[in-house]
Ligand binder design. Structure first.
Ligand code: PMP
Length: 361
């Protein structure tokens, strides 16, 4: 029996994408072998690879001047390849510090040069909001501005795209890519580990302006240079073929249910139900995030004591709901409601919350 999975990542995958993988697991098409056993240079794998890329393009209306690339190494590798490529010695890049991963990205860049903080919303060791546009002070000489669109641990999310003038805007979208349509052209680069909204772990998807790729450092090893991936359709070396195959399945499912417009309708509905419940039961559940910064992907809240939170998590598990423990850095409860979590799942969870508050209030 499958549980309702609220994990923050790796996260639940849409059942139809898993079922398709199950049906094709031993033999892909009429090829006599699993997709995992195919050469990455063969036409069968290449068709899957290209389908994943064209589905990304179609779902997000990605213009021709952007490449869609696959890399490995998680979002963490991007934390260093971005400054390696785009923050040459003697220059500086700007970072918006809005949560744990934004900080890690900044710290990694600091090992390679001198990035600068363009704003921070850290207060008393925590983050409960994203900045207003007026708080972001961009250095006109910055080689890029780095931001994190959704802060997975603190449960905050940008609901606008910061204006940074002519400076390339680079966004870590690991925990909210494809949650809603956005204007790709406002960014020079978007990247996301697949393991939340797009597929399994092991692959990072990048949307990159070709002009930015051209600006990359020329002397780095090939695997750390974006143009290597762009010139070779992300087939320069062996890509994580099975992960990309799963990405294809997830994207094909998204298209089949009506694309991102349908997905974002569901996400808005899920958010309204869950935050509505938290606001209604505010004497029992405490949601720390400022309303205009609330994330629709990771909903965080606290109960009165850590013991009560433990009991909440244990009782939820008995009711078939898992993945609710807040990140170890902050504790509390975190409900990750990525695209594979249905409106029904969230309704079931809210009924459980109501019941728990009644029995323990
Ligand atoms: N950025 C964000 C927004 C994340 O949520 C995470 C992981 N949860 C990371 C970066 C790090 O990703 P990875 O483990 O793929 O390096």
């Amino acid at each position: 029996m499958r549980v309702i999975n609220f994990n923050a990542g790796p996260a639940g995958l849409p059942l139809p994408a898993l079922e398709r993988a199950r049906d094709e697991f031993i033999e892909f098409g009429k090829t006599g072998m699993s997709i995992m056993e195919h050469s990455h240079r063969g036409k069968d794998y290449e068709a899957v690879h290209n389908e994943a890329i064209s589905l990304m393009r179609e779902l997000l209306d990605i213009p021709e001047r952007y490449e869609v690339l696959f890399m490995q190494g998680g979002a963490h590798l991007q934390f260093c390849t971005i400054p390696m490529n785009f923050m040459p010695q003697g220059t500086s890049a700007d970072y918006l510090i809005t949560g744990n991963w934004a900080k890690v990205a900044f710290e990694e860049a600091s090992k390679l040069g001198k990035p600068r903080v363009a704003c921070t919303t850290e207060e008393n060791g925590t983050f409960v909001r994203v900045p207003k546009q007026s708080e972001i002070k961009v250095d006109p000489n910055a080689t890029y501005v780095h931001m994190t669109t959704n802060n997975t641990i603190y449960g905050t999310q940008f609901h606008y795209i910061p204006e940074v003038g002519n400076i390339p805007l680079i966004a870590d979208m690991s925990s909210d890519i494809l949650w809603k349509k956005f204007d790709v052209t406002k960014y020079a680069m978007c990247y996301a580990g697949a393991q939340k909204n797009i597929g399994p772990s092991g692959v990072v998807i990048l949307i990159m302006d070709k002009a930015l790729i051209e600006k990359g450092a020329k002397t780095l090893p090939k695997t750390l240079t974006y143009s290597t991936y762009a010139k070779n359709n992300s087939l320069f070396n062996t890509p994580p073929t099975f992960a990309i195959y799963m990405v294809r399945n997830v994207l094909a499912w998204m298209k089949s249910i009506g694309g991102i417009n349908q997905i974002s309708k569901w996400n808005e509905e899920k958010g309204a139900i869950l935050y509505g419940a938290l606001d209604k039961m505010a004497d029992f559940y405490r949601a720390p995030v400022q309303k205009d910064s609330r994330s629709l992907m990771n909903v965080v809240f606290n109960l009165k004591t850590p013991e009560l939170e433990e009991q909440f998590i244990a009782d939820a598990k008995k009711a078939g709901m898992v993945g609710l423990k807040g990140h170890r850095a902050v504790g509390g409860i975190r409900v990750s409601t990525y695209n594979a979590v249905s409106v029904e799942n969230v309704k079931t969870f809210v009924s459980f919350m109501e019941q728990f508050a009644k029995s323990n209030g």
